[in-house]
Design a protein around this ligand. Structure first.
Ligand code: SAM
Length: 406
């Protein structure tokens, strides 16, 4: 009898509680008509487990743990804003990863031989050795390492997951730093912008890499493009929040919202440097967010077409570069299909369709210099890749640099 009373009291309490809960939130997950049967994030994880475990082997479990954990940011210093910001960030325990490469790294990088083993062969972190396989299909070349001294990106030390505060505007309204994945700065460093260069940023929005390129203070003319009109608007807002008005004039900057795949037809053989930072599966986003997730069932066809779109964008970027010009292709995915295969295919088609001969510039000296900040994939045969890692949770970022020979 007492047990029956207890149950009645319990049921009444539950009923009371239900009255306090607004009706529209009282939905049993399994009954909700809108609840996706297979959330896009779960589909992404299944897909990545199947493909990346084969592609990355032993590296996958640790990259997977990194991808499923909170990412680490870097603060790209805005040299157009007030100078005190650097000291403020340093006082919080951050350091600029670009200038604070260890001297051993710099020395080894300059003496580096791309394919030989022996003394110049670097060590990836403490544990795994670097092994380079020479690709059959593309010609590779090692060139001297030049880094723009003006690009500064501050990060907290390895293992420190402190978050940055939001940047504050200075007296002229410009923000002191831009928060982005610190590994996203690497393709901009790899692009090696020199004094007087004309530069094309083919898929530029929301503009983190554009800002990094502008920090070089070397660009004569910058053309930024993004096919999405709404994202181009965002890019414009970013530029106005970080760059003085006098540098955003038509003589120095052009902002367009065109389909980048057509760029070769619009303006070929023109730019000294071209950044092709393509749309991709954005692996971190695909695992963490349902909104705007490319693994959503309704976007299957779009996802399958990504490698073709990426290849067409890279090919257009190659055509847009002048002979002798350099192109950096980048993604934020670990996928071989979207990375190495796209580059191989574009290099092949550039030669066959347009008679353009390209050389792959070996970026191993660059990754060697930054091996204490990022965890790089040890044995890619084409390009370089930052793998997420719990101790240094940046990336994924893939990059491959090409030089036009003709
Ligand atoms: N570079 C940007 C940055 O650092 O902030 C990120 C670029 S995001 C990875 C890829 C961009 O490509 C998206 O903004 C997307 O709108 C754009 N995009 C997609 N298709 C395009 C096309 N056909 N031509 C040009 N841009 C395109």
């Amino acid at each position: 009898m007492a047990a029956l009373m207890d149950t009645r009291i319990l049921l009444r309490k539950i009923k009371d509680l239900r009255c306090l809960t607004p009706k529209r939130t009282r939905v049993k997950a399994k009954w909700a008509a809108t609840q996706a049967k297979s959330p896009a994030t779960s589909l992404a994880l299944q897909y990545f487990d199947a493909t990346y475990s084969l592609q990355l082997g032993q590296q996958w479990p640790s990259a997977r743990a990194g991808l499923l954990s909170e990412r680490k940011y870097g603060a790209l210093l805005n040299s157009f804003s007030h100078e005190a910001v650097l000291a403020e960030l340093q006082a919080q325990g951050c350091r600029d990863f670009v200038s604070h490469t260890d001297q051993e790294g710099r020395g080894a990088a300059s003496a580096f031989s791309p394919y030989a083993g022996g003394e110049s062969e670097g060590r990836m972190e403490e544990e795994s050795s670097v092994s380079l396989k020479k690709p059959d299909s593309v010609d590779q070349e090692l060139s001297p390492l030049r880094l723009s001294p003006n690009i500064k990106c501050l990060v907290f030390p390895r293992g420190d997951i402190t978050r940055f505060k939001a940047a504050r505007p200075d007296m002229s309204g410009l923000l002191g730093y831009y928060l982005m994945d610190a590994a996203s700065v690497l393709p901009c460093l790899a692009l090696d912008v020199q004094e007087g260069h004309s530069v094309l940023d083919l898929c530029a929005a929301p503009g983190g890499k554009t800002l990094a390129l502008l920090q070089t203070h070397s660009i004569r003319f910058l053309c930024v493009n993004d096919a999405s009109v709404s994202r181009t608007l965002r890019l414009k807002k970013v530029l106005h929040s970080y760059v003085p008005k006098e540098l955003l004039t038509n003589e120095r900057l052009r902002i367009t919202s065109l389909d980048g795949t057509k760029w070769g037809e619009i303006e070929s053989n023109t730019f000294d440097r071209v950044l092709v930072d393509v749309p991709c599966t954005t692996d971190r986003h695909a695992l963490m967010e349902e909104d705007n997730n490319i693994f959503n069932k309704s976007r299957t066809s779009e996802r399958r077409k990504l490698p073709q779109l990426q290849m067409e964008l890279l090919l257009a970027g190659i055509e847009a570069a002048c002979p002798g010009g350099e192109i950096v292709y980048s993604t934020c995915s670990l996928s071989q299909l979207q990375n190495q295969y796209v580059v191989e295919q574009a290099v092949h088609l550039a030669r066959e369709k347009h008679g353009i001969h390209l050389q792959v510039v070996n970026l191993r000296p660059l990754t060697h210099m930054f091996r204490k900040t990022f965890h790089f994939a040890p044995d890619l045969h084409l390009g370089e890749m930052v793998l997420p890692h719990l101790a240094a949770n940046f990336g994924p970022i893939y990059m491959c640099k090409l030089r036009r020979l003709s």
